[in-house]
Design a protein around this ligand. Structure first.
Ligand SMILES: [Mg+2]
Ligand SMILES: [Zn+2]
Length: 153
């Protein structure tokens, strides 16, 4: 069984500028690359779980989300760390989908996909919906910044 750090994206890994979809808007938060590297070295999988309602609102498309994730990986590469997987919900709240946080579907799917031990895993988020998602997935929630998690381990 693996252990994982589940990570909200905007406001945890990169600056939350509201519906980030252009590569120039992808700005790593201070210290994130080094912190992720420490977590990776400790054996954790690093998995992003993000709500991207900008797709449902028509602001951008799936390919824009993939592009942002490629930029994010490129920004982390010099530190010698990469994220292991990205899961995102493309819906708006009114869609009443099963995957939008705080619903735990994406978290539970990742737990299955990577054979993760939830009890040894953490979810770092900057919103109540992240912490609620963590609770519903039986993963320990930690409020951003990411440094709070490192202080805990
Ligand atoms: Mg966030
Ligand atoms: Zn959804």
């Amino acid at each position: 069984m693996n252990a994982a750090i589940f990570l909200d994206r905007d406001g945890v890994l990169i600056a939350d500028r509201g519906y980030v979809y252009h590569r120039a808007e992808v700005v790593l938060l201070d210290g994130v690359a080094a912190q992720l590297k420490v977590l990776k070295r400790r054996g954790y999988l690093l998995i992003v779980i993000t709500n991207q309602s900008g797709i449902g609102r028509g602001y951008y498309g799936h390919s824009d989300v993939f592009a942002v994730h490629r930029v994010l990986q490129a920004l982390l590469a010099p530190a010698g760390v990469q994220l292991d997987a990205f899961y995102y919900c493309p819906h708006v709240a009114a869609d009443a989908c099963a995957c939008r946080k705080p619903a735990p579907q994406l978290l539970l799917q990742a737990i299955r996909d990577f054979q993760i031990d939830a009890a040894r895993s953490y979810f770092v988020g900057d919103k109540d919906s992240d912490l609620e998602c963590a609770r519903r997935g039986a993963v320990q929630g930690v409020s951003a910044p990411l440094a709070n998690l490192l202080a805990l381990l």
